[in-house]
Design a protein around this ligand. Structure first.
Ligand code: BES
Ligand code: MN
Ligand code: ZN
Length: 487
């Protein structure tokens, strides 16, 4: 989407004009026929409402769309504005219209709010049509440009920042959407190298041989049933003060999860192409941070493997030795995410001594039973970190709900033969998974685990996304970095 800022409308050019309308405050300069039409359609400017009408301006018929943004005092004002921008784009993306004028004159928005409307618009315009060879002309996106009219001072500068976030979300959605025959550990790395070239991100890659030498027996045990070799991808963005310990973001990157020998049922197994959603969110966040030149030191780590059943696959009951030295009895090869993350967590602590660690993983189906698709689960050993992440979630719309942890849950993963087993009893599955990861956090380093299994993919369109990959996590982590490292 091409975005430009104009001081005033160029009347002859406009065929489609959108206005953002505050609740019960119809713009005074609107043609009476539009104002009356909106009223008759019960449009009041409530958040989420959209009205379309036509007016004659300078002898031409102009399509005018009104999008409600609710009351100025509403608690979720920013989200309502984003949603309005998104709703306008959803309506016209494939309408045949190629350009839209977004007239915010008189709407009383700040620069941040105005670029929020644009962020909603751009996020909602994202599609992944690379595999569609037979799209009819009517089904192809037509809307390619938005001119913003009457934006307050500072909007363009603010948009420079938000557009970086939109690019990060788009990259995450692309990685999550791509099927497992195109995205596997090596190609995930290659895509990141290509997309991040020239951004200032430093990329390091450990291959399977290097990981074997280091002793990452847990991560490699998952990968050994696949012909696709594992990778550990490391992305460094050191935009902060020299010598400041980085924050580490660690992502589960299971590029396909069949379950391994503990194989999953066939129905719905295609969803497991997005079992790399944590790694995707970490990669998109790193891109966003670099594109907006964040003044923060951040390292992103992706543990990349494919979980397949095979003659060489690991078996239920196998005992593996993790990089930390702790041994793990693999009761269920489908509880593989934690086996990948634990070695990535140990590695990042040894290599970078991070100040704080946040891991993201599509770790358990159980978190979807607990929270549906509304919140991701938050588990932490540190109240301050948990509170800051929760606040970033509320502010960004990528919401988090804190879940309990404790010694009684920890006991549930004790093993008879090894230091721990990779699954507990049937109940509390998301919590025992978090307890497993906690055993790999050294010296009480502030750490949080985000179980995002319910939020990376959706069967129905949402506020700023269509069906499919949501890009969950990028806005959350970007907001977290802004408010905790750059404030
Ligand atoms: N990737 C899955 C979790 C998942 C399930 C994500 C459904 C999204 C939707 C994970 O690797 C897994 O298989 N977890 C098991 C754990 C169980 C074996 C203890 C689960 O949740 O069933
Ligand atoms: Mn699994
Ligand atoms: Zn998995």
């Amino acid at each position: 989407m091409n975005i430009q800022f104009l001081d005033a409308a160029t009347p002859s050019a406009e065929r489609l004009v959108a206005r953002l309308v505050n609740q019960d405050a119809m713009p005074a300069d609107l043609e009476p026929v539009l104002a009356e039409g909106a009223k008759q359609s019960r449009f009041t400017g409530k958040a989420g409402q959209v009205f379309e009408g036509f007016a004659e301006r300078d002898g031409k018929v102009v399509r005018v769309v009104l999008a409600g943004i609710g009351a100025a005092s509403a608690k979720d004002r920013r989200a309502a504005i984003e949603k309005a921008g998104a709703a306008i784009v959803a309506k016209y993306l494939t309408s045949g219209e190629t350009a839209l004028a977004l007239d915010v004159t008189g709407a009383g928005l700040s620069a941040e709010e105005t670029s929020g409307a644009l962020l909603g618009a751009v996020l909602r315009s994202w599609r992944h049509d690379v595999y569609r060879t037979k799209l009819s002309d009517e089904a192809k996106p037509s809307l390619a440009a938005i001119s913003v009219i009457g934006a307050p001072d500072g909007t363009a500068a603010n948009w420079d920042v938000e557009t970086a976030v939109a690019d990060g979300v788009a990259f995450t959605r692309e990685l999550v959407t791509e099927p497992a025959n195109t995205i596997y550990p090596e190609s995930f790395v290659a895509r990141c190298e290509k997309r991040m070239a020239g951004t200032g991100i430093k990329i390091r890659v450990l291959d399977d041989k290097e990981m074997a030498e280091l002793g990452m027996g847990s991560l490699l045990g998952v990968a050994q049933g696949s012909v696709r070799p594992a990778r550990l991808l490391v992305m460094e963005w050191m935009g902060g003060a020299k010598g400041d310990k980085p924050v580490a973001f660690v992502g589960k990157g299971v590029t396909f999860d069949t379950g391994g020998i503990s194989i999953k049922p066939a129905a719905g197994m295609e969803d497991m192409k997005w079992d790399m959603g944590g790694a995707g969110a970490v990669a998109g966040t790193m891109l966003a941070l670099a594109l907006r030149k964040a003044r923060a030191n951040v390292v992103g780590i992706c543990g990349l493997v494919e979980n397949m059943p095979d003659g060489n696959a690991q078996r239920p009951g196998d005992v593996v030795t993790s990089l930390s030295g702790q041994t793990i009895e693999v009761i269920n090869t489908d509880a593989e995410g934690r086996l990948v993350l634990c070695d990535a967590l140990t590695w990042v602590q040894r290599e970078y001594s991070p100040a704080r660690i946040v891991d993201l993983a599509t770790l358990t189906g159980a978190i979807i039973l607990s929270l549906a698709h509304e919140y991701a689960g938050l588990f932490s050993n540190n109240d301050e970190l948990a509170a800051e992440l929760t606040a970033a979630g509320d502010a960004s719309g990528d919401r988090l709900w804190r879940m309990p942890m404790g010694p009684s849950y920890d006991k549930m993963i004790d093993s008879q033969i090894a230091d721990m087993k990779n699954v507990g009893p049937r109940f509390g599955g998301s919590i025992t998974a978090a307890q497993f990861l906690k055993r790999f956090i050294e010296n009480d380093t502030p750490w949080a685990h985000l179980d995002i299994a319910g939020t990376v993919w959706t069967d129905k369109p949402g506020a700023t996304w269509d069906k499919g990959a949501t890009g969950y996590g990028v806005r959350l982590l970007d907001r977290f970095v802004r408010d905790t490292l750059e404030a």
